[in-house]
Design a protein around this ligand. Sequence first.
Ligand SMILES: Cc1cc2nc3c(=O)[nH]c(=O)nc-3n(C[C@H](O)[C@H](O)[C@H](O)COP(=O)(O)O)c2cc1C
Length: 236
Amino acid sequence: MSSISKKNVDLGAMRKPYSTKQQILLETQLESKNPLKLFDIWFDEIKKCGKIYEPNAVCLATSDKNGRPSARMVLLKAYGDQGFTIFTNYESRKGQEMIQNPNASLLFYWDVFNRQVRIEGRVEKVSEEESVQYFKSRPRASQLSARISQQSKPIDSRDKMVDIYNEEEIKYPNDIPKPHFWGGFTIVPEVYEFWMGQTDRLHDRIRFFKSDDNQKVDGIITKLGEDGWAYQRLQP
Ligand SMILES: Cc1cc2nc3c(=O)[nH]c(=O)nc-3n(C[C@H](O)[C@H](O)[C@H](O)COP(=O)(O)O)c2cc1C
């Protein structure tokens, strides 16, 4: 009988060459020096390739008021000048953490493209109107699940959950109102990092942050981007 506790699972040899559509991320060839526009160009390319099941799946990292971090996947539902918006339960672990500590980080990884984008920023609650509007667009089953789930809290069994769901379904034969504890958060980026993996592990990393002039960060002069952003290459 094999017991995982008695052996070390060695993943040391799990290493893939990064060779698909290999590109180098050069400062002179950035498709935009505004990180939101660059994100949009990358995201469009990734969406169009059709090889990634959920290109908008993103890891959201939050932390509590003592700085203890937690991370989970969510679906990005909008992005633009206002920031990057996700929807969830305000009373869930992530919801409470973002209320207590309004700083969060998003991490996209699209393996087919050997690309990663990191975003760090301030968290803002989405307006009630916008949350209602998005809630209305969701399938009925998702609306019901959002209503009955006390997300992140324990429950006795799946059967109990299904019973509560069925009772709620009977209560609302027509429109299902958005519960007060459910809605959106927008992460307003302060820092972006675009990463492109290279087979020789000399990966490309370009970090953008808000700045209107050239300054030295960690001894290296930053380059001016567009629309109030500056950028630097980071070592891999
Ligand atoms: C691909 C994927 C997408 C998800 N999208 C969402 C989402 O948009 N909103 C959400 O609340 N949970 C989403 N979840 C579930 C979360 O990962 C998580 O289990 C849940 O939100 C509870 O997290 P918390 O206890 O840290 O608050 C998703 C999970 C996966 C794997």
